[in-house]
Design a protein around this ligand. Structure first.
Ligand SMILES: Nc1nc2c(ncn2[C@@H]2O[C@H](COP(=O)(O)OP(=O)(O)OP(=O)(O)O)[C@@H](O)[C@H]2O)c(=O)[nH]1
Ligand SMILES: [Mg+2]
Length: 277
């Protein structure tokens, strides 16, 4: 069983702070990775968002399988969840968010006016697992670099308010994970880069990835996953001094190729998985 235990101190502090701040928030913007739309959903967020506006954004659609992403959007729509897909750096895509937020914001304004409260900018909180693209999206929305981004989990360590317009302010938050996740959720988060690479078995994770690629017909191969990884290492010349393949380094490179989209647009979690497994 694939096991991960990773809960950096800054996440414990962030969770506590978010629980306080959430009372003053109007809209929760929940980011999920389009390659793993279920595993990247935080089980606590649904409850947090009950009495608030809730917008789910699937990020990194450029790395995910377009057909499957379209299916996911339908699945979420059927559950009455408001979901859009957004590439963090695409300005047209980012405009879609502002449009959605303004629709939700108008409802918030109406509610406040009914209570006799004055208008004030609508407070949105951006949440999601590490490395999902929260800070990148906020920078695109703000039309300037206001938040630090980076391709590793745990870049943002504290909360940061960013003004988007007269109507909207956004709160950037650190990636929030839950203390323990076993099985598929853990391996999916590891493969997509939401968990530090130092806290799980890399070769085991990549073995699972290769099996998924085979099962989902992204690659055709009659080899076992480790044999396939060995072949990949051989082709790339990733050899130890004795001439054997360096499996650890091969796994690192394979993962790099997957994460950068070099292996193609690949979605690890499909709506039909639950029906067939
Ligand atoms: N391909 C692709 N990469 C993206 C997209 N959005 C963000 N990224 C990349 O994903 C990485 C992580 O982005 P961040 O914005 O730092 O993620 P974050 O959610 O703020 O991460 P933490 O602060 O660590 O929780 C960066 O390398 C971004 O360039 C996207 O739509 N497509
Ligand atoms: Mg960040």
């Amino acid at each position: 069983m694939f096991k991960v235990q990773w809960y950096p101190g800054h996440m414990t502090r962030a969770k506590r702070k978010i629980q306080d701040i959430i009372k003053t928030i109007d809209i929760i913007i929940e980011l999920r990775d389009a390659r793993i739309p279920l595993s990247s959903g935080n089980p606590d967020i649904g409850k947090m968002a009950l009495d608030k506006g809730h917008l789910i954004i699937l990020t990194k659609p450029d790395l995910a399988d377009k057909l499957i992403t379209d299916k996911w959007v339908e699945v979420f729509k059927e559950k009455n969840l408001n979901m859009i897909t957004v590439k963090g750096t695409d300005t047209q895509d980012v405009k879609k968010i502002i449009k959605q937020l303004e629709i939700i914001a108008d409802k918030v304004f109406e509610k406040r006016r009914k209570k006799g409260l004055l208008d004030r900018p609508v407070r949105c909180m951006v949440v999601g697992v590490s490395n999902v693209g929260k800070s990148s999206l906020i920078n695109s929305l703000a039309l300037k670099k206001v938040a630090v981004t980076g391709n590793k989990p745990g870049v943002t360590k504290g909360n940061q308010w960013v003004t988007i317009s007269k109507k909207l302010v956004l709160l950037d938050t650190p990636g929030l994970l839950w203390p323990k996740f076993d099985g598929l959720v853990g391996v999916n988060l590891a493969l997509t880069g939401a968990i530090s690479d130092n806290v799980y078995e890399l070769i085991e994770a990549v073995g699972y990835l290769i099996q998924e690629l085979k099962d989902k017909k992204y690659i055709t191969s009659d080899k076992e996953p480790y044999e396939e990884l060995k072949l990949f290492g051989e082709k790339r010349g990733i050899l130890l001094k004795g001439g054997q393949v360096d499996l650890e380094k091969s796994a690192i490179l394979f993962l790099k190729d997957y994460r950068s989209g070099k292996l193609g647009r690949i979605t690890l979690e499909w709506p039909e998985d639950n029906e067939t497994k």
